[in-house]
Design a protein around this ligand. Structure first.
Ligand code: FES
Ligand SMILES: [Fe+2]
Length: 498
């Protein structure tokens, strides 16, 4: 690794393309296993890039906060008294103590409205009224209002006045902004605006009205792989036929992921080398990427070109099962299944994939959610999966967004913090009961929460990471279907160095 990148990178200008020569390159394992490389990522990437911290709905009321951690840095995202969102470095201005912790070992939500001032039962609880709605330090009890101004400083007369000027002891701010209900932070005070950084993803996704979606499930675990591999897995369809081969059903279709469905449709055995994932499309969008499955009907779980009446002896139970599978996978909402079960008659002359789109459109309309701007493909196919550099990606379709995020875990390049969110549109004012789960051991998630396809992806993580350490490994070689991973590395070429 060379360190020729001393000048600050302007993340709002950085772009990369994938060229023919890139397919001849070997990308070193060092990027995935080296502590020095990870340290450099913290120094010049994570300290300067916009990164998704939480959803606005996770801090709905004044005084609610979300602790977002990246490496050894912690940021408090706080809902202020006027409803505005602030972000502060999570460090006391007296002697540096962390001011608050979220609900998991990696941050999470909490509230200064209800939080006991000294973290648990004890005599100091009696002073609770002093601290309610304040950001207070447990050590000597300094407290700030939600706007970051000092509100309480015991024994102030014992400090030198010059040392405790109000502006001096205000909480240190972190850049914060929102898009579509996502709260992003940037540790670089000089970073350009978020909307400029995200371009062109927001306008690409505007029709899905992601800001109206609500989290149904949020699962977090630690995976035994580098954070980039966590993202890489969801940037290519090439692995699907092998990693997820056990998902092939009786018609030979794989029920998750692009590429693999195409493969499954064509053959039950190992597919010819020139067919695997050949129909999955990829594109680079400056610093972000996208991929999609053009043959959208393969994403619906029902066979293409087959009318409902020809789905075996019992089309109703066939379709029920298809939607139920989608619900389990986080790709359909329970209310779509309920709506289907309430239908008195099925349009038997309609082809299955189009019916899946129709059912989604109608189930949403019954809740007052207007999806008329979306095509059948956008409603129920695999129309796009944008990756917002560096670590946020997932498929959007119709009323749903499955969203993944990976972050490095401390100073260990062989470990990452992995978040999965499943979000849906709901009726105005309706909010689902959120299923929030931290899974301490990825091998043993509680039953019924993590679908087999995710377990299949997770199962490869320790194998991948261990193989990276093999001294003989010459480096990664990528093919066309892995071009979005090349794109990540070409950005890293510029940010970290080759
Ligand atoms: S360290 Fe926070 S009040 Fe002293
Ligand atoms: Fe996968």
């Amino acid at each position: 690794m060379t360190s020729d990148v001393k000048r600050p990178i302007d993340f709002n200008r950085i772009t990369a393309n994938v060229d023919a020569a890139d397919y001849e390159r070997l990308f070193p394992a060092e990027r995935y296993i080296s502590k020095e490389w990870l340290a450099r990522e913290y120094e010049v990437l994570w300290s300067r890039v916009w990164q998704w911290a939480c959803r606005e709905e996770e801090i709905p009321n004044p005084g609610d906060f979300y602790e977002y951690r990246i490496g050894d840095q912690s940021v408090l995202v706080v809902r202020g008294n006027e409803g505005h969102i602030h972000a502060y470095h999570n460090s006391c201005m007296h002697r540096g103590t962390r001011l608050a912790e979220g609900g998991t070992p990696f941050g999470g939500p909490g509230s200064f409205r209800t939080r006991s001032p000294f973290g648990g039962p004890g005599s100091l609880q009696k002073n609770k009224h002093l601290f309610k709605g304040k950001i207070q330090c447990v050590f000597h009890g300094w407290a700030w209002d939600l706007e970051g101004q000092i509100a309480h400083m015991p024994g102030a007369k014992d400090f030198a006045p010059a040392c405790i000027r109000r502006e001096e002891v205000a909480l240190r701010k972190v850049q914060v902004d929102t898009w579509a209900g996502f709260v992003f932070i940037n540790l670089d005070p000089d970073a350009g605006p978020l909307h400029e950084y995200l371009d062109p993803v927001p306008q690409r996704l505007a029709k899905f009205e992601i800001g109206q979606m609500r989290i149904l499930r949020h699962y977090t675990t630690i995976l035994p792989c580098n954070w980039k591999y966590g993202v890489d897995q969801f940037q290519e369809g090439y692995h699907v036929w092998a990693t997820h081969v056990m998902d092939m059903n009786e018609v030979g279709a794989v029920s998750t992921g692009p590429g693999g469905r195409r493969v499954g449709e064509m053959t039950k055995g190992p597919p010819p080398a020139d067919i695997v994932g050949a129909m999955t499309e990829y594109e680079q969008l400056g610093r972000h990427t996208n991929f999609w499955e053009p043959d959208w009907e393969l994403g619906t779980g029902l066979p293409k070109g087959v009318k409902l009446r020809d789905l075996g002896n019992d089309p109703r139970s066939w379709v029920h099962q298809a939607i139920e599978t989608m619900v389990l996978q986080g790709r359909a909402a329970q209310y779509e299944l309920d709506y289907f079960d309430g239908l008195e008659a099925l349009p038997l002359d309609m082809e299955g994939p189009h019916f899946m789109a129709l059912n989604r459109r109608d189930a949403c309309a019954a809740k007052g959610i207007d999806l008329s701007a979306l095509t059948d493909e956008e409603l129920y196919g695999f129309p796009c999966e944008h990756r917002i550099f560096p670590n946020m990606l997932g498929p959007v379709a119709g009323n749903s967004f499955g969203l993944f995020r990976s972050r490095p875990n401390g100073n260990d390049p062989d470990s990452c913090i992995w978040d999965m969110y499943f979000m849906f549109r709901y009726a105005e004012g309706e909010a689902p009961e959120r299923d929030v789960l931290y899974i301490p051991d990825w091998r043993n998630p509680p039953p019924g929460r993590i679908t087999p396809s995710f377990m299949q992806d997770w199962r490869t993580t320790p194998l991948f990471q261990a193989g990276m350490h093999q001294r003989s490994f010459p480096g990664h070689r990528f093919n066309r279907q892995e071009q979005n991973i090349i794109h990540t590395h070409k950005l890293l070429d510029r940010i970290i160095g080759k």
